[in-house]
Write a new protein. Structure first.
Length: 398
């Protein structure tokens, strides 16, 4: 690829895409983010890139020539079902549906590029795996809208497969579930990644790799270790998925019982700090520690963001895809699993760091431990045995 690829980002958040793609030579023409903390971070980190704010206005601005067209439109909108009539007629959904708006932006971008004699764009979209089993068939609406189909596709069974490729009058659409724990992050973060474009071979080559025999790697790191004069213990080699409410609701999900989102520092049990969560997502240290940042702001922004190494991997394949030549018409000879051909494992020892006294709030209180034990008993839920010992140290009478 000889020219610089340009990007327009919607639902930008804290811009994992920029962190992943700027080192590859991509140029971001604009962002679109309305959340206060995330918008403040974008202004501080990327002052030369305009934040357009409300994404529902972008399609009209592109048509009016007020916003630059881009080679790539990326985003991670909430996924809800919508009417294909709205896509075909260019109408906004009465509920302000952001997924419909994403399709409208991609269409407006390609229409504008055609008038400028520029090649069609690539659309990149990320979401939680659960969208594949959404009972409203929101995902079927999305891929049908992007492909330019006249009818909404339905899954073969109760849910869509973890991978797929369709082609319509407007675009080919490929999708694949990938897990960040195979891309160098010790975090089990399964997410759906979608790519759409007019060239089916290019789209296919971005998400799917030709199957090749590679070394079978698996996690087997020590759970107890020392670092910088402190003793640490974790309860699994990789964490559960970091979620947006981790800063406030950390004691009522599976991680409270398997311990994967807890760490023991010098014999005391605590949550991961925002700094450690930045590392778990692939960001640089203190990336979210902007002026006025609260701990909950940082946790929420990180939990809602993208796994940087996965997005970088996709970006690298986007660059290569402009020179791709494939001859296989189906996916039978391609890797469609959650693992890339070349697996990279992350080590939690590289993630953890001793917290300071001003972060003592991260340590679990006796009341918090008692609540977890009580809910486990009431729900007949098993607790990691090592973790249970720490809970009971705080509550020896239980």
């Amino acid at each position: 690829m000889s020219r610089q690829l340009t990007v327009g980002s919607v639902c930008s958040g804290i811009e994992a895409a920029s962190v992943a793609w700027l080192p590859l030579g991509f140029k971001f023409n604009w962002y679109s983010e309305i959340a206060t903390f995330q918008a403040s971070l974008l202004k501080e980190k990327y002052p030369n890139t305009v934040n357009l704010g409300d994404m529902s206005l972008i399609a009209d601005k592109i048509r009016a020539g007020e916003v630059e067209t881009c080679d790539i439109i990326c985003g991670g909108t909430p996924c809800q079902a919508f009417s294909l009539a709205g896509v075909r007629e260019g109408l906004g959904d009465e509920r302000g549906n952001l997924t419909l708006k994403f399709v409208e932006i991609v269409n407006a971008n390609d229409e504008a590029r055609k008038t400028l004699n520029l090649p069609p764009s690539i659309a990149f979209w990320e979401n939680v795996e659960g969208v594949l089993s959404d009972k409203t068939n929101a995902f079927g609406c999305l891929i049908s809208g992007l492909a330019g189909l006249s009818e909404v596709l339905e899954p073969d069974g109760k849910r869509w497969k973890n991978f797929g490729l369709i082609q319509g009058d407007k675009r080919a659409v490929a999708w694949r579930v990938l897990d960040a724990k195979y891309f160098g992050l010790p975090q089990q973060r399964r997410r759906l990644y979608l790519v759409a474009g007019t060239n089916v071979e290019q789209v296919k080559s971005i998400l799917f790799e030709t199957i090749s025999k590679t070394e079978d790697k698996s996690y087997s790191y020590p759970l107890k270790f020392s670092k910088n004069g402190h003793d640490f213990q974790v309860f699994r080699e990789y964490t559960d998925c970091l979620y947006a409410s981790y800063g406030t609701k950390w004691n009522g999900n599976a991680a409270a019982y398997n311990g994967s989102l807890f760490v023991v520092q010098d014999g005391k049990l605590r949550r991961f700090s925002p700094l450690e969560c930045e590392r778990l997502m692939g960001f640089s240290d203190n990336y979210t520690n902007i002026r006025g940042a609260k701990r909950t702001n940082r946790y929420r922004a990180l939990g809602n963001s993208w796994a940087v190494p996965v997005v970088r991997w996709i970006g690298e394949r986007i660059v290569k895809s402009y020179n791709i030549v494939n001859t296989t018409s189906d996916l039978s000879s391609f890797n469609t699993s959650e693992k890339p051909n070349e697996v990279t494992l992350g080590n939690l020892k590289d993630i953890v760091s001793a917290i300071n006294k001003d972060e003592d709030v991260l340590y679990l209180s006796s009341k918090g431990c008692a609540g977890i034990l009580r809910r486990a008993t009431e729900g007949n839920t098993k607790i990691n045995k090592e973790l249970e010992l720490f809970y009971k140290q705080k509550n020896p009478e239980i």
